[in-house]
Write a protein that binds this ligand. Structure first.
Ligand SMILES: Cc1cc2nc3c(=O)[nH]c(=O)nc-3n(C[C@H](O)[C@H](O)[C@H](O)COP(=O)(O)OP(=O)(O)OC[C@H]3O[C@@H](n4cnc5c(N)ncnc54)[C@H](O)[C@@H]3O)c2cc1C
Length: 475
């Protein structure tokens, strides 16, 4: 009798047959999370990445630049709007922009979001994805922040421009003297005497995709108090310089200088002085209102942000976990492929117990990460935004940190298995070598490991304290 039925083969098998190269749901293991629309999206994304990205990645990374028309291609083929939307597509965006794989926008959920990033990850490394769509999804912020808090003017001018491919936007928060501690930022916005515009001065550092962007969602210190979030359009006084970071050369990482830049008041996102709160609360695009499993009577809503800058920020980190997970699979796939064919001491590397032991540990960590990510996507989809934020912001932060730690180990071992090939640019070891250069871009930006793990511990204590309270109305 065949080990796998025809039904299982037809329904579940997909992609590479090498051990661990694909997730369990592509290897014959049924899953409660995935439907036909997810399979449809996966196939469409795989074809898109294979056609438009994979053949060119090495050349783009060497040139430290992406072709101009690639962003428009991504818009036309339906990648941009769903990526900006995250785990659910807003009703007023449906039908206005294409969706890759012709997925019904009403059906779009966190697993579709996961699949898009997962398939991008097969490139090996994160530079191309972050350079191409960084302003749309990176920090999952720029567009969602405008959508949630922006005026009618911003909704009708900026959002369609970005999602249709006619303009590009990046998130500019970090500064030379303010990284983890966002509240230390110094870029100042001063309102003009006639109240018509702000004058913005300051510097922003490590702005992903900044070299390709014409708009910058910029967090400023308002001279009148608080932090004001501004969409800075192409203007006089903005200069940018490419920053060479370790790996991710195609990401277009930029240093931005604002020298008395005039920004009209109709570019303010939300209310003046509340920008920090918007930035932080907007990080949780994975959360959507849905069936509430925990009663609002037993848990208070998540408190407001000031003073707890990382709290909501931690929610959006999930996509960085998605990226790390697929990078780990790529390492498993390429090192396994090598180990199965490379002979040392008269037998393939896979016949050496020490090498098999490495694979056992690499796959143990990768499969556990997959299961945790899938569980978390599901949990986030089932809670109200306030409860998800309260119960799962810590978990999301912890998962992001964990994903980076897993990848650091997996890529290290992949290179050990591949020897010199794993350290050589291009060829069989090309993806693994690129991931090696990119791995720290998954453990520092987007909430560094130390900050996120500390936040996760603090949040677990806070949740426990809340759970130990007597519910209202009980004697
Ligand atoms: C490749 C790349 C892309 C980026 N993209 C963007 C972008 O698009 N937009 C943007 O605004 N920013 C971006 N950043 C900036 C990124 O968010 C910051 O690098 C990050 O927040 C950390 O800030 P920092 O580098 O200034 O480190 P610092 O804040 O100086 O911290 C240094 C180290 O100390 C640790 N640390 C700090 N405080 C504590 C503490 N209280 N307890 C324990 N440890 C602590 C941190 O974990 C870190 O490891 C990017 C950075 C990189 C490298």
């Amino acid at each position: 009798m065949a080990a796998l039925s025809a039904h299982t083969r037809e329904k579940w098998l997909f992609g590479s047959k090498l051990p661990y190269a694909e997730a369990p749901w592509a290897r014959g293991c049924p899953s409660p999370y995935y439907r036909d629309s997810h399979r449809q999206l996966r196939q469409a994304m795989r074809s898109w990445v294979d056609k438009h990205l994979i053949p060119h990645v090495e050349q783009w990374e060497e040139a430290a630049s992406l072709p101009d028309d690639l962003y428009q291609q991504a818009a036309d083929d339906g990648l941009l709007m769903p990526m900006a939307a995250g785990s659910s597509i807003p009703a007023d965006w449906r039908g206005k922009f294409p969706v890759i794989g012709n997925v019904d926008p009403a059906e779009w959920d966190g697993f579709h979001d996961f699949i898009i990033h997962d398939e991008f990850g097969r490139i090996g490394g994160v530079g191309v994805e972050n350079g191409l769509v960084g302003g749309v999804h990176w920090q999952t912020l720029a567009i969602p922040a405008i959508r949630r808090f922006g005026s009618e003017h911003l909704q009708t001018t900026i959002v369609p421009k970005i999602l249709s491919g006619a303009g590009r936007i990046a998130l500019a928060v970090t500064e030379p003297d303010a990284g983890s501690d966002v509240q230390g930022l110094q870029t100042e916005a001063v309102l003009s005497d006639d109240g018509s515009h702000f004058v913005v001065s300051g510097m922003k550092k490590w702005i992903t995709s900044g070299m390709y962007c014409d708009y910058f969602l910029t967090l400023t210190k308002d001279a009148a108090g608080g932090f004001t979030l501004l969409v800075v359009p192409p203007s006089q006084g903005i200069s940018k310089k490419h920053m060479t970071v370790s790996g991710s050369t195609a990401a277009g990482t930029a240093f931005i200088d604002y020298d008395d830049v005039h920004v009209s008041v109709n570019m303010v996102v939300g209310e003046r002085g509340k920008g920090l709160k918007y930035i932080m609360s907007n990080f949780n695009h994975e959360v959507r209102a849905h069936n509430t499993l925990v009663s609002q009577n037993t848990l208070r809503p998540c408190p407001a942000i000031p003073g707890h800058a990382c709290a909501d920020e931690a929610m959006q980190r999930l996509f960085l976990g998605f990226q790390a997970l697929r990078c780990a699979r790529v390492c498993l796939e390429d090192s396994m492929d090598y180990a199965m064919s490379r002979q040392t001491f008269g037998k393939p590397l896979t016949e050496h117990a020490v090498i098999r032991f490495k694979f056992a540990h690499m796959s143990r960590e990768t499969e556990a990460l997959q299961a945790w990510i899938e569980a978390l996507i599901y949990q986030l989809s089932q809670l109200s935004p306030a409860e998800a934020e309260f119960l799962l912001a810590g978990t999301t932060a912890q998962l992001k940190a964990h994903a980076g730690i897993v990848l650091e180990h997996v890529v290290r071992e992949a290179i050990q298995i591949m020897g010199g090939i794993g350290l050589t640019r291009g060829g069989r070891g090309g993806r693994v070598e690129r991931i090696w250069r990119d791995v720290k871009a998954l453990t520092v930006p987007g909430g560094s490991e130390e900050i996120l793990l500390d936040f996760a511990s603090k949040r677990s204590l806070k949740v426990a304290a809340e759970l130990m309270k007597e519910p209202k109305g009980r004697l």
